[in-house]
Design a protein around this ligand. Structure first.
Ligand code: CAA
Length: 262
C-alpha cells in the first residue's frame, strides 16, 4: 500500500458534509511531490462525485501549508522529463476540475507550488502566521503551477512582480490587504474557522453553490459582457431548481430552508 501523503476526514453531521484533506509530509514542510499530488487529485475527484460532500477544505501543518514543489524530486529533471512527463499539468490541475468549492486553510509557509495550490482553491483563509511567496527565481526557475497568472490577478501587477522577481514573502496581514486571502484568523482557530465556512456552504443549495463558483471563475476567464451574460444564464437556470422554490418559500414563510440540492 502506498504511503498516506494526505490524510482525509469527513466532518459534520448534516445531509452534506465537509471533506477535509490534510497534506501530510510535515517533516518536508509538505513539499509537493508527484505521489502526493496524485493522492490529492484522487481524493478531490472522489469527493466531487460524492453527493454527501458539499465542500472541501485543504490544509497543511501549523508550520507549513506547503513549501513548494519537491525540489529534490525535480532537481535532476531534463527538459524532456518535464515536457514529456507533462509535469504539473498531469496531476496538479485536478484541483481546477473540482466543481464543488475548495477552501485552502493556510498556516505557515505557502511557497512556490504551495502558494500556487492555495491560489487554485476557491478562496484562502489564512492563519496569522501565514507567509506567502513565489521564491522559484532563487532556484533558477519561475513559478510553474499558475503563479505568474493567478498572483497578479489576486494582488495586482506591482506586488506580483515584486514577489516573483525578488522572492520576497508576504505575511498574512499584507496578503489580506492585497486581496490574496479572504480573511485572517488566529493560528489556533484556523481549522475551526475554515470548517465553519465550509459547513455554511454545505448548508446552501448544491446547484446554486456550483453555479456561483462557475460564475465567479468566469470573471477571470472572460470579458465583462461575456461574464455577465454567463451569469444571467446561470441565474435564469436556477429558477428550474427545487432549491430556488424551497429557498424563496422559506424566506416568504419565515422558516429555515431545507435544500435538497436539486
Ligand atoms: N522541496 C523539498 N524539500 C523541502 C522543500 C521543498 N520545496 N521545502 C522545505 N523542504 C525540506 C528541507 O529540505 C528540510 O529537509 P531536511 O530536514 O531533510 O533537511 C525540511 O523541509 C525543513 O526545511 P528547512 O530546514 O529548510 O526549514 P527552515 O525553517 O530553515 O526554512 C523554508 C523553511 C524557508 C520554507 C525553506 O525550507 C525553503 O526555502 N524551502 C524551499 C522553498 C521554495 O523554494 N519553494 C519553491 C519550490 S519550486 C516550485 O514550487 C515550482 C513550482 O512552481 C511548481
Amino acid at each position: 500500500m502506498s504511503e498516506a501523503l494526505i490524510l482525509t476526514e469527513i466532518i459534520g453531521d448534516g445531509a452534506r458534509r465537509t471533506g477535509l484533506i490534510t497534506l501530510n509530509r510535515p517533516k518536508q514542510l509538505n513539499a509537493l511531490n508527484d505521489a502526493l499530488m496524485d493522492q490529492l487529485g484522487a481524493a478531490l475527484l472522489a469527493w466531487d462525485a460524492d453527493d454527501a460532500i458539499g465542500c472541501i477544505v485543504i490544509t497543511g501543518s501549523e508550520r507549513a501549508f506547503a513549501a513548494g514543489a519537491d525540489i529534490g524530486a525535480m532537481a535532476g529533471y531534463s527538459y524532456m522529463d518535464a515536457y514529456l512527463g507533462n509535469y504539473i499539468t498531469r496531476n496538479w490541475e485536478t484541483v481546477r476540475q473540482v466543481r464543488k468549492p475548495v477552501i485552502a486553510a493556510v498556516s505557515g509557509f505557502a511557497l512556490g507550488g504551495g502558494c500556487e495550490l492555495a491560489m487554485m482553491c476557491d478562496f484562502i483563509i489564512a492563519a496569522d502566521n501565514a507567509n506567502f511567496g513565489q521564491p522559484e527565481i532563487k532556484l533558477g526557475i519561475i513559478p510553474g503551477a499558475g503563479g505568474t497568472q493567478r498572483l497578479p490577478r489576486a494582488v495586482g501587477k506591482a506586488k506580483a512582480m515584486d514577489m516573483v522577481l525578488t522572492a520576497r514573502m508576504m505575511d498574512a496581514a499584507e496578503a489580506e490587504r492585497a486581496g490574496l486571502v479572504s480573511r485572517v484568523v488566529p493560528t489556533a482557530r484556523l481549522l475551526e474557522e475554515a470548517l465553519a465556512a465550509a459547513a455554511l456552504i454545505c448548508s446552501m443549495g448544491g446547484a446554486s453553490v456550483m453555479m456561483a463558483k462557475q460564475c465567479v471563475n468566469r470573471a477571470f476567464e472572460s470579458g465583462l459582457a461575456d461574464g455577465v451574460s454567463y451569469e444571467r444564464q446561470m441565474f435564469h437556470a436556477l429558477f428550474a431548481t427545487d432549491d430556488q422554490k424551497e429557498g424563496m418559500d422559506a424566506f416568504v414563510n419565515k422558516r429555515k430552508p431545507v435544500f435538497r440540492h436539486r
